[in-house]
Ligand binder design. Structure first.
Ligand SMILES: Nc1nc2c(c(=O)[nH]1)N[C@H]1C(S)=C(S)[C@@H](COP(=O)(O)OP(=O)(O)OC[C@H]3O[C@@H](n4cnc5c(=O)[nH]c(N)nc54)[C@H](O)[C@@H]3O)O[C@H]1N2
Ligand SMILES: Nc1nc2c(c(=O)[nH]1)N[C@H]1C(S)=C(S)[C@@H](COP(=O)(O)OP(=O)(O)OC[C@H]3O[C@@H](n4cnc5c(=O)[nH]c(N)nc54)[C@H](O)[C@@H]3O)O[C@H]1N2
Ligand code: SF4
Ligand SMILES: [Mo]
Length: 730
């Protein structure tokens, strides 16, 4: 038994004994029936909060009875929930009470061996080590890595700058970084598809029924009910296909070919918006010349989609413009999956441009956010802007010059850690060891960081490799900073504290950071409270913190329509990019094949979301995990014909082998997947020994993918791997 387990067993025992004594010592003795009646009749307190299970952060009303979270309902005004919560949101209500919570600051002694320490010890030791590292190496080789939420980003980035390093990164680099790197050079900030007002929508690797928020699913349902034509291109018949007119299977990683073929038809057949091209764009002639070679007949050879279908899609888009659009999605196939992700996205934006749908109802629109205030800088000066270079190469010439600087690159930090070049990392609310590719590589690299501090609520795989683990209060046990809401209408919302902290030694991040800063001699940058920041944010909106504490979400009037403008380097819509050319990439998008190619005996391994799981976080939540177990949701999808040839039947245990792993999992044999692809859900395969609920169920796609980085966006290449599958021996 490790020191960790010993100390915990003893603590839990003490806690349990105290609780028993309190009940036994109560003067109020009554029967079970009376107790039940009293419990049922207890007053219900309803508190506005935000779901903590995924980045949609839906507004929820949490019902508290007898001091315990009882249930939750979706806030109607909040644009992500629109009155509903998904299964993951309901399941996350068990988080505060979960037995796998981290309850004390922990210090690593060795593999799977941690001891609880006091906050003073943790702060004292972390700050002493950090000061040593700063004296030896300066602040350059240091990074803050987060799954960004308002409080974490505000306090984490401020701490980074106060220490003196600029590298703050987010999970966007393992989500949609390649898309951003492309976007900035075609249209500027991301625009979103107005699905429920279009006449024709093409979904490319986007799944509103599983990679979901309630509002996305509602938009697709509305489109379905209104008879809007929705075509879904995906190697897999994903769950959203039941709300679509058509599923078009595609060979993994080849959407770029499809888009080049579509653009070819739109231009050859004069179906594009000439006025838009003339008035708003540059580089069209170069693009037109380049795209001439990419006929639908050519595209068929790379995508495995019949040329006739490509003509049909292009003509349908052209005929319905500008109320036709491509819903581009997050990552598959353009964000962080395939080597050609950036140009796949440039082409999605370009086809939308050819349709002239930017700024139009039923087309692509930019969300508008609220104008929030900030702290008075004369009283609360910002830390100076760090002067050293970033340590992940984002935005740096010769490294990843076009990568989105705000998101940075977690894979690049990992690679440099492997080379012994990263000295300090603070990870918060993110589990890159499990959610990035090649966990063996990730672990080894993270162990090479001289000081790795991790903040979490449960024993994730990343917590398990950190030198110090700092336990946060869960989302229902704390108030967070005001959050701005962007969309058709701007708004503001806030997570209020619903219940008292269950574990007295846990602290909110906005308490942890200022306390650590004090030990580092940087307390002057945190001479305010969280309430001060929230109030300052709300001031221009003439709202108070109390308003938001009672209402949860406040929506603001839609801003007046603005003239169409593109925030690109040239301020024009860019068919061609000077910046791409300057850094050695093709100025206009050209075909680039994916790295992974299925052969007669192999499959490209693709992956994605399931409706009841948030990444790898919710697999540890008992209600949804039980559903996954009951319905065997951990299975690997294999095409029926290929399975037959391999002698694999539905439900068989199969062995999946990639260049880095060999693992067993059950097979789902189905017509619903392209023969060259195999699909695994992200979510299972937890292997931290202290994620006791999720542990031992399923495998993760990331176990099979060797560590590789997409050069333009600095993203992981999640789907550039082939695997062999055979029936497992008994
Ligand atoms: N239930 C649930 N919802 C979530 C999340 C979650 O974890 N769980 N996470 C949230 C987050 S962070 C995100 S980014 C979104 C993601 O939302 P989505 O991007 O919609 O979801 P994914 O499942 O990652 O990918 C969508 C589809 O891409 C397909 N795909 C794979 N390769 C290709 C390809 O080469 N071409 C095409 N056309 N398709 C391909 C996959 O089969 C999959 O069905 O979901 C958000 N909502
Ligand atoms: N193969 C494959 N890999 C993928 C994907 C895929 O489709 N396929 N999807 C990718 C995508 S789109 C994304 S966005 C990333 C997501 O990658 P991550 O952001 O790493 O995923 P999560 O599971 O959301 O991790 C959240 C972490 O925060 C912790 N946490 C939860 N609540 C709190 C809290 O209140 N405070 C603190 N401090 N910690 C908390 C959880 O315990 C968990 O460790 O994964 C990517 N990885
Ligand atoms: S989509 Fe579901 S998990 Fe995500 S915030 Fe909303 S309710 Fe929570
Ligand atoms: Mo994501």
């Amino acid at each position: 038994m490790s020191v960790f387990e010993k100390s915990f067993t003893r603590r839990n025992f003490l806690k349990a004994t105290t609780a028993t004594l309190v009940v036994a010592g109560s003067t109020e003795a009554f029967s079970f029936g009376q107790w039940q009646k009293k419990a049922e009749a207890a007053e219900v307190k309803i508190v506005p909060s935000l779901c903590g299970s995924c980045s949609a952060e839906c507004g929820m009303w949490v019902h508290v009875k007898n001091g315990r979270v009882w249930k939750a309902t979706g806030q109607k005004d909040h644009p992500s929930s629109r009155g509903k919560l998904c299964a993951r949101g309901h399941a996350a209500l068990s988080v505060p009470y979960h037995k796998d919570r981290i309850t004390h600051p922990m210090k690593r002694l060795g593999d799977n061996n941690y001891v609880p320490v006091s906050w003073e010890e943790a702060y004292g030791e972390i700050s002493a080590k950090l000061k040593d590292l700063l004296a030896k190496y300066g602040p350059q080789p240091m990074a803050y890595i987060e799954n960004p939420r308002p409080t974490g980003s505000f306090y984490g980035r401020r701490l980074a700058h106060a220490i003196g390093f600029p590298t703050t990164t987010t999970h966007h680099s393992i989500c949609f970084n390649s898309r951003t790197a492309a976007n900035n050079h075609v249209i500027g900030p991301l625009a979103t598809a107005d699905v429920s007002n279009a006449k024709y929508v093409l979904f490319l690797g986007r799944n509103y029924a599983e990679g979901l928020s309630p509002s996305n699913t509602a938009a697709l349902t509305t489109a379905y009910e209104k008879g809007i034509k929705v075509v879904i291109v995906d190697p897999r018949h994903n769950a959203a296909c039941i709300l679509a007119n058509e599923w078009v299977p595609i060979r993994p990683g080849t959407d770029l070919g499809l888009l080049l073929g579509i653009a070819n038809v739109l231009i050859q057949e004069n179906l594009y918006d000439k006025e838009f091209v003339e008035q708003y764009s540059l580089g069209f002639d170069d693009f037109r010349k380049t795209v001439k070679q990419y006929t639908p007949e050519w595209a068929q050879t790379v995508t495995d989609i019949p040329a006739a279908k490509i003509y049909e899609i292009a003509r349908d888009l052209g005929k319905n413009r500008p109320t036709a659009c491509i819903e581009q999605g997050y990552k598959a196939p353009n964000g962080a999956n395939y080597i050609n992700g950036p140009d796949t996205f440039r082409m999605m934006a370009i086809v939308n441009g050819l349709l002239g749908n930017f700024g139009k109802k039923g087309g692509m629109n930019w969300p508008s956010g609220p104008r929030l205030g900030s702290l008075d800088k004369t009283k609360h000066p910002d830390p100076p802007r760090p002067k050293v270079k970033r340590c992940d190469g984002a935005g740096i010439k010769g490294e990843h010059p076009l990568a989105a600087v705000a998101a940075g690159s977690i894979p690049e930090i990992t690679k440099r850690a492997m080379e012994g070049k990263i000295k300090f990392v603070l990870t918060n609310r993110i589990n890159p060891v499990r959610t990035c590719i090649d966990p063996g590589y990730m672990e080894k690299a993270f162990h090479k960081i001289d000081l790795h501090v991790h903040c979490d609520i449960q024993w994730s795989e990343t917590a398990r490799v950190a030198d110090y683990v700092l336990p946060e209060t869960s989302f229902l046990e704390r108030e967070d900073l005001v959050a701005g809401l962007s969309g058709g209408r701007p708004g503001v919302t806030m997570r209020s504290q619903v219940i008292d902290a269950i574990h007295v030694e846990t602290k909110a991040f906005d308490q942890i950071v200022p306390e650590l800063a004090e030990y580092l001699g940087l307390g002057k940058y945190f001479n305010f409270t969280r309430e001060d920041v929230s109030s300052a944010m709300l001031k221009p909106l003439k709202l108070t913190l109390e308003d938001l504490r009672s209402k949860g979400t406040v929506m603001l009037p839609a801003p007046a329509a603005k003239p169409l403008a593109f925030a690109t380097p040239s301020k024009m819509f860019q068919f061609s990019s000077k910046e791409y050319a300057e850094h050695g990439y093709p100025a206009v998008p050209v075909w680039q094949a994916p790295l992974a190619k299925a052969e007669a005996d192999s499959f490209v391994l693709i992956s994605g979301k399931q409706a009841i799981m948030s990444h790898v976080f919710s697999a540890n939540h008992p209600f949804v995990l039980q559903i996954a177990k009951d319905y065997n949701l951990e299975r690997i999808w294999i095409n029926a014909d290929r399975a037959k040839r391999l002698g694999i039947k539905d439900g068989d245990m199969v062995e999946v082998t990639s260049p880095i792993a060999r693992k067993k999992v059950r097979a789902k044999v189905t017509e619903r997947i392209h023969p060259e692809a195999a699909w695994l859900p992200l979510g299972y395969g937890a292997y931290s020994p202290w994620l006791k609920t999720a542990g031992g169920f399923g495998v993760s796609p990331n176990d099979f993918v060797p560590f590789q980085i997409e050069p333009i966006g600095g993203a992981c290449l999640f789907m550039e791997v082939t695997v062999k599958i055979r029936k497992a021996g008994e």
